[in-house]
Write a protein that binds this ligand. Structure first.
Ligand code: CMC
Length: 424
C-alpha cells in the first residue's frame, strides 16, 4: 500500500499496515496492535496534544514555520487591510465573505442583540470593586445560559443561529460593564447607530453625564483591526475548551464560558497583560540585558515570546507593530515601546532565542496599543476575548456538524497503585 505505514511490533513479531490519509494516521488503528486477545491495544501517548489532530477543520490555516495565517483561505494581512471585523466574523462562521445583503442582515442581527437582561447588571453589582474583568466576563457569559434555556437545542439551526448573534452581540456589552463596574461608573447601554468597535468604545468611555461622546475614528479602526487579528487561531487552548465542552452537547454559553476561562490563563490570552507588567518592571532599556540573562537562566519566561505553532515571526505581531504607529500618532508614543523594541532586538539576535525559534507573538505589542488607547491592563485579555468569540462559535458549529465527532474523552496511562484494600 503506497500511502501507509508498516509497523512491526517487536514484542510479537507481527506487522501491521496503517493507512495514511491527509498526512495523518488514525490513532484508533493502534488498538489493533496487541500482545494478546485480552490486551486493550496500543495507546498513543501525547500530553498537551503536541502531535495530535483532534478534528478536521475548514476554518483557519496556520503554517507556523512560514508565519502564515489564513481564515477560510484568505491571508490575515488582506483581511486586516480590506475588511471589517463583523465581515470576518461572518466569514469564520459561514465560510464565505458576506454579500452586501448578507452583511446588512448579519450586522442588524448582531446589533439588535447587544442589550443584556437587566438582571445581568445585578451579577456585576455583586462583584467586589477590584474583581478581575476576566473573572466577571467568564461568570456573566455562563450566566447568560440561564436567561436562554432554549439554547440547549443545539441541533436546531435557527436556535443555534440566534445564540451566535447573541454571544457576538453581547460580549462587548458584558466586557464594557465589567470595566465600568471596576471604575464605579454607571453602565452605558449599547447604541445601535454605532459600528461594533465604536459601540464598544462608547460603552467603555462615554461619561454618563453626556450623550455626545464620539470615539476617535483612528482608534476605533485600530481596534477593529485588532479584533480581526484575534478572531480565530485554530485548535488553541480556548478553542479546544470550546470544542471539548461543546462535545458534551452543553449549551453554547456554558461552552463559551469555558473557552473564556481557558483564555484567561497567562500562557494564553492572559499573556498581553503579563507583557505589560514585565515591561513596567523592566522600566528602562538598560535593564534589558539583565532580564534576558534571567530568561536564559530559566528563572522566568519572556512574556509575549514563543508559540506552540509559530516558529517564525507571528504574522499578527507584524500587523500590530504597524497599527501601533497609527495609534501613537493620535495618543502619543507609549514610553514602554522603546523597551519592547530593545527587548525584541536583543532576543532576536541571541543564540538562546534563535535556537528555540522564539519570536514575538500577538501579545507582545498589542498591550502597548491598548495601554496607549487608555485601557487598563486588566482589561487586555477581555479585548482578546471579544473577537475570539466568533472563532469559538465557528469551531463549535463545525464540531456539531461533523459526523465523526463524539464526546471528548481522552485515555490515560494509569500509574497509581494496583488494587489494595482499606484496613478494617
Ligand atoms: N521565554 C523563554 N523561553 C521560552 C519561552 C519564553 N517566552 N517560550 C518557550 N521557551 C523555551 C522553553 O523554555 C523551552 O526551552 P527548552 O527546550 O530549553 O526546555 C523551549 O523554548 C520550547 O518551549 P515550550 O515550552 O516547549 O513551548 P510550548 O509550545 O509548550 O509553549 C508557549 C508555547 C506560548 C506557552 C510558550 O512559548 C510561552 O510560555 N510563552 C510565553 C507566554 C506567551 O507569550 N503566551 C502567548 C501565546 S500567543 C497568544 C495565544 O495563543 O494565547
Amino acid at each position: 500500500m503506497a500511502d501507509s505505514l508498516t509497523v512491526r511490533d517487536n514484542r510479537t513479531g507481527k506487522e501491521y499496515e496503517i493507512p495514511i490519509s491527509e498526512g495523518a494516521i488514525r490513532s484508533a488503528e493502534f488498538r489493533n496492535i496487541k500482545v494478546s486477545a485480552e490486551d486493550f491495544g496500543l495507546l498513543a501517548y501525547d500530553p498537551a496534544f503536541m502531535n495530535t489532530a483532534s478534528c478536521k477543520s475548514k476554518i483557519t490555516f496556520i503554517d507556523g514555520d512560514k508565519g502564515i495565517l489564513r481564515y477560510r483561505g484568505y491571508p490575515i494581512e488582506e483581511l486586516a487591510e480590506r475588511r471589517k471585523y463583523l465581515e470576518v466574523a461572518y466569514l469564520l462562521i459561514y465560510g464565505e465573505l458576506p454579500s452586501t445583503t448578507e452583511l446588512r442582515d448579519w450586522t442588524h442581527n448582531i446589533t439588535y442583540h447587544t442589550m443584556v437582561h437587566e438582571n445581568i447588571k445585578k451579577f456585576f453589582d455583586g462583584f467586589h470593586y477590584d474583581a478581575h474583568p476576566m473573572g466577571m466576563l467568564v461568570t456573566t457569559i455562563a450566566a447568560l445560559s440561564t436567561f436562554y434555556p432554549n439554547a440547549k437545542n443545539i441541533f436546531d439551526e435557527k436556535t443555534r443561529e440566534l445564540q451566535i448573534y447573541r454571544l457576538i452581540g453581547k460580549i462587548p456589552t458584558l466586557a464594557a460593564f465589567a470595566y465600568r463596574h471596576s471604575q464605579g461608573m454607571a453602565y452605558i447601554y449599547p447604541n445601535n447607530e454605532l459600528n461594533y468597535a465604536e459601540n464598544f468604545l462608547t460603552m467603555m468611555y462615554r461619561p454618563p453625564s453626556t450623550s455626545t461622546y464620539e470615539p476617535n475614528p483612528v482608534l476605533a479602526k485600530a481596534l477593529d483591526v485588532l479584533f480581526i487579528l484575534h478572531a480565530d487561531h485554530e485548535q488553541n487552548c480556548s478553542s479546544t475548551a470550546m470544542r471539548t465542552v461543546g462535545s458534551s452537547h452543553a449549551d453554547p454559553y456554558s461552552a463559551a464560558a469555558a473557552a473564556c476561562a481557558a483564555l484567561y490563563g497567562p500562557l494564553h490570552g492572559g499573556a498581553n497583560e503579563e507583557v505589560l507588567k514585565m515591561l513596567e518592571e523592566i522600566g528602562t532599556k538598560e535593564k534589558v540585558p539583565e532580564i534576558i540573562r534571567q530568561v536564559k537562566a530559566g528563572d522566568r519566561l519572556l512574556m509575549g515570546f514563543g508559540h506552540r505553532v509559530y516558529k517564525n515571526y507571528d504574522p499578527r505581531a507584524k500587523i500590530i507593530k504597524k497599527i501601533a504607529e497609527e495609534v501613537f500618532e493620535v495618543t502619543g508614543r507609549n514610553r514602554l515601546l522603546d523597551i519592547a523594541l530593545e527587548l525584541e532586538k536583543v532576543a532576536l539576535s541571541d543564540e538562546y532565542f534563535i535556537k528555540r525559534k522564539l519570536y514575538p507573538n500577538v501579545d507582545f505589542y498589542s498591550g502597548l496599543i491598548y495601554q496607549a488607547m487608555g485601557f487598563p491592563m486588566d482589561i487586555f485579555t477581555v479585548l482578546f476575548a471579544i473577537p475570539r468569540m466568533s472563532g469559538w462559535l465557528a469551531q463549535w458549529k463545525e464540531l456539531l456538524q461533523d459526523p465523526e465527532q463524539k464526546i471528548s474523552r481522552p485515555r490515560q496511562i494509569y500509574e497509581g497503585y494496583p488494587e489494595r484494600h482499606v484496613p478494617p
